[in-house]
Design a protein around this ligand. Structure first.
Ligand code: ATP
Ligand code: MG
Length: 287
C-alpha cells in the first residue's frame, strides 16, 4: 500500500537570481508503507533537498507530494502537521539541540502534538531507550553529551513523535565505526519492530546494502533509478560512472563472477557471500 507519492518534484534555490540552482529536477516515485529505503547519490546530488521537501520543510518549486493520498500543500497553513507524520532527522542534527535538558529536547516534538505530560514523559522514555540513551542522561544539558549521545538524543526527539515515516539524513556520518554499527542496528530494529516506513540517506553503500530493501539513486538533481537493493548494486559499472561505488563484498563477488565462477550477482553482505561461496564449493565437491 502506497504511503507517499511524489510527482514531478522540482526545487530551485534562489530562483530568478544569478545564484539560481535546480537542486531537485522533475523527480517522481512512490513509497509503500513499511518499506526501508536507502537514498544514495554523490555530494550535491539533491538528497537533503529532496527529503526536506518530503516533510514539508521546503516547498517544492514544482510538483506534488501526496501523503496517504493527500496533497500535503493543499492547505499551506496546516503544513506543520505533516512533520508529525513524516519525521526528519537532519544531517548533523546535534547542532539543533537547544533546550536546557536532554529530556526537554526529546520532548519538544511530542509537546507540540497536544499530548498530556504523562504521555510525553512515556514517549521520551521509550524513544531514549530505543536509541540506547541511558536514563541518567535525561536531566543533563545536551551540551554535556558526547558526539554520539547528542546524535542519539536528536534522533530520539524525532522518534518520540512516532512518525509514520522516519527519514534520517546521514545518521551515522562522523561517528566512530563501532558507534556507526550500533546506531545502524538500532535503526534496523526500529524498522522491524514498529513496521514503520524508514528512509535512510547515506554515503555508506555497506550500510544501505545491509539494511535497505530498496534504493533510490539521485544523480545531478535527477532520479537515476529506484529499485530493489540487489538490482541497484548489480549495476556496479554504471554506478561508478555517476561517482558511486558498490559495497566492497559485492565487488569481490562480481570479480569472481568475471573470473568465471558461477555465483549470484548482487550479493550484498559478507554473510550472503559466505553462503554463496560455500554452496558453490559444496556443489563442486570441494567442501
Ligand atoms: N541553501 C542553499 N542555497 C543554495 N544552494 C543550495 C542550498 N542548499 C543546497 N544547495 C545546493 O543544492 C544542491 C543539492 O544540495 P543537497 O544538500 O540537497 O545535496 P546532497 O545530495 O544532500 O549533498 P551531500 O551528500 O553533500 O549532503 C547542491 O549543489 C548544493 O550546493
Ligand atoms: Mg545532504
Amino acid at each position: 500500500m502506497s504511503i507517499l507519492r511524489v510527482e514531478n518534484l522540482t526545487y530551485t534555490y534562489s530562483p530568478s537570481t544569478p545564484f539560481e540552482h535546480i537542486a531537485v529536477n522533475d523527480v517522481s516515485f512512490e513509497i509503500n508503507k513499511g518499506d526501508f529505503i536507502g537514498i544514495i547519490g554523490h555530494t550535491g546530488s539533491g538528497k537533503s533537498t529532496l527529503v526536506q521537501m518530503l516533510n514539508g520543510l521546503l516547498k517544492p518549486t514544482k510538483g506534488k507530494i501526496y501523503f496517504d493520498g493527500k496533497d500535503i500543500w493543499e492547505k499551506p497553513k496546516e503544513i506543520r502537521k505533516i512533520r508529525f507524520n513524516v519525521g526528519l532527522v537532519f544531517q548533523y542534527p546535534e547542532y539543533q539541540l537547544f533546550e536546557e535538558t536532554v529530556e526537554k529536547d526529546i520532548a519538544f516534538g511530542p509537546s507540540n502534538m497536544g499530548l498530556n505530560d504523562e504521555q510525553i514523559k512515556e514517549r521520551v522514555k521509550k524513544a531514549a531507550k530505543f536509541v540506547g540513551l541511558r536514563e541518567e542522561l535525561l536531566p543533563k544539558s545536551p551540551f554535556d553529551l558526547s558526539g554520539g549521545e547528542k546524535r542519539r538524543a536528536a534522533i530520539a526527539g524525532v522518534i518520540a513523535m512516532d512518525p509514520d515515516i522516519l527519514i534520517l539524513d546521514e545518521p551515522t556520518a562522523g561517528l566512530d565505526p563501532v558507534g556507526r554499527d550500533i546506531l545502524l542496528s538500532q535503526i534496523d530494529a526500529y524498522h522491524r519492530e514498529r513496521k514503520n516506513t524508514v528512509l535512510l540517506v547515506s554515503h555508506s553503500m555497506e550500510d544501505v546494502a545491509s539494511v535497505c530493501e530498496k534504493v533510490l539513486v539521485m544523480n545531478h538533481s535527477q532520479l537515476w533509478d529506484f529499485d530493489t537493493t540487489d538490482h541497484i548494486f548489480s549495476r556496479g559499472e554504471e554506478l561508478a560512472q555517476i561517482g558511486l561505488r558498490i559495497p566492497q563484498v559485492t565487488s569481490i563477488v562480481d570479480a569472481l563472477i568475471h573470473e568465471g565462477f558461477p555465483l549470484k550477482r548482487g550479493v550484498l553482505t559478507v554473510e550472503e557471500a559466505v553462503t554463496e561461496i560455500t554452496e558453490y564449493l559444496k556443489r563442486e565437491g570441494r567442501l
